[in-house]
Design a protein around this ligand. Sequence first.
Ligand SMILES: [Zn+2]
Length: 89
Amino acid sequence: MMSAKRYSFLMENQSESLTLQEYEEGWHFCWDWDGLLIHKDDVEFSCCSCQSGEFIRRKHEKRNLFLASSLGIFLFVTFLCWLYIRFYG
Ligand SMILES: [Zn+2]
């Protein structure tokens, strides 16, 4: 997780690059916000149109799609089990 200390360090040293983990968590330096370090849950993120932001957005959409389809498969399998138990159990 991003600590307050790490955040202010990064804001003072914008040439510093984010770690892969921080990037994975949804952080990026946003040039739409004059280089402000923002997180995907921040209000600023919903108004950002920079490339890094777009990339993160697409990535999380993909992840959400993956989670939704996993849930769908899980429910389907549960339903099949229910059918099986209901009629053959
Ligand atoms: Zn951005």
